[in-house]
Design a binder for this molecule. Structure first.
Ligand SMILES: [Fe+2]
Length: 329
């Protein structure tokens, strides 16, 4: 089967495991301005648009993102991905009806992705017609999906190969920067018109992973600049730790801030990233500096710096799981 899946895959939902469900409820509704699904008792579930579920927080010990749901246009794309995964020896299994209901999809198929994140494929989200109850004006989703994820990897070459060979990802651009004394290379991958659905961060030289959680951040795109500034003020007033103040990235030109979620990974709430409308005209660029302006770090106290340095060093002793390695490590 020879199908290019580019343009047919987008981030559909994100699953989190946490023991801080009350904090997540408060963070989601009053901080980020998401719609809380009143129905479930076993989870805190949020809507952003017509999809029944976008962000689902289950009770559990991980305090981390555990699964990324990828929405596919149709059964043909699903078949293409399944055959590519099978050819690489990656086992794909169907999730149970109960697990599908929890995720707000009709059916889904899963495999173990980079960093042991559950990668979940689905074609049919459950949609809702009930109006959204949110403090802001809404979120931009559509053909570009619900946002993007940024992941630190000690195996960035394998990570990139995974995305390119399985999902037909295209490199939008690259950024190099020095953050807190450490050199970083960032690679931005697009799966559709969204400038990037995935960003890979890798330390220069010795490959370290100073981040406890599997993802560094999940980006959600607010519908207006006012939603971003109001969200920033709300998160600050509610006492959620701002990681980076409002600023702008040089590549996708998104205006955004970063806030620590109750599980430790960050949420980037942004507005107005560029959309890649003309694939033929796109030029892959390289930038110096992750931000054009702003994004001032707000949470790098001495204790955090020491903790990250210790985690970075400890990560050297742990191989990172990559799905293409053939044998699970
Ligand atoms: Fe981002």
């Amino acid at each position: 089967m020879k199908t290019d899946t580019f343009g047919h895959v987008r981030l559909g939902y994100v699953l989190v495991e946490s023991q801080r469900l009350d904090a997540w409820r408060r963070f989601g509704v009053h901080g980020l301005g998401l719609h809380l699904d009143a129905e479930p008792v076993e989870a805190v579930a949020f809507r952003m648009d017509a999809h029944h579920r976008r962000l689902v927080v289950l009770e559990g010990p991980a305090e981390d993102v555990t699964a990324l749901g990828w929405q596919l246009d149709d059964a043909g794309i699903l078949e293409t991905l399944r055959s590519r995964l099978a050819a690489r020896g990656i086992e794909v299994t169907e999730g149970s009806a109960e697990a599908a209901r929890l995720r707000g999809v009709e059916r889904f198929w899963r495999f173990t992705g980079p960093k042991r994140l559950s990668f979940e494929l689905f074609t049919s989200p459950i949609l809702e017609s009930a109006p959204l109850r949110m403090v802001g004006s809404g979120f931009a989703t559509g053909a570009g999906g619900m946002g993007h994820v940024a992941i630190t990897s000690r195996e960035p070459e394998s990570f990139l190969e995974f995305w390119q060979s399985i999902f037909d990802a295209r490199v939008s651009d690259r950024i190099e920067d020095r953050l807190d004394g450490i050199g970083f290379d960032f690679t931005f991958l697009r799966l559709n018109e969204r400038h990037h659905s995935v960003a890979i961060a890798a330390t220069r030289g010795l490959r370290m992973d100073p981040i406890r959680t599997r993802i560094h951040h999940l980006n959600l795109q607010a519908a207006s600049l006012d939603d971003v500034t109001a969200g920033y003020l709300r998160c600050r007033e509610l006492g959620f730790r701002i990681a980076n103040a409002i600023g702008q990235h040089p590549n996708d030109r998104e205006l955004s801030f970063y806030v620590e979620s109750p599980s430790g990974f960050e949420i980037e709430l942004g507005w107005n990233p560029i959309v890649v409308q003309d694939e033929h005209a796109w030029q892959t660029a390289r930038y110096r500096g992750i931000s054009l302006w702003g994004h001032q770090p707000m949470n790098l106290d001495a204790a955090t710096r020491v903790r990250r340095a210790a985690r970075g060093l400890a990560s050297l002793a742990r191989p990172e799981f990559t799905p293409l390695s053939g044998t699970p490590r």
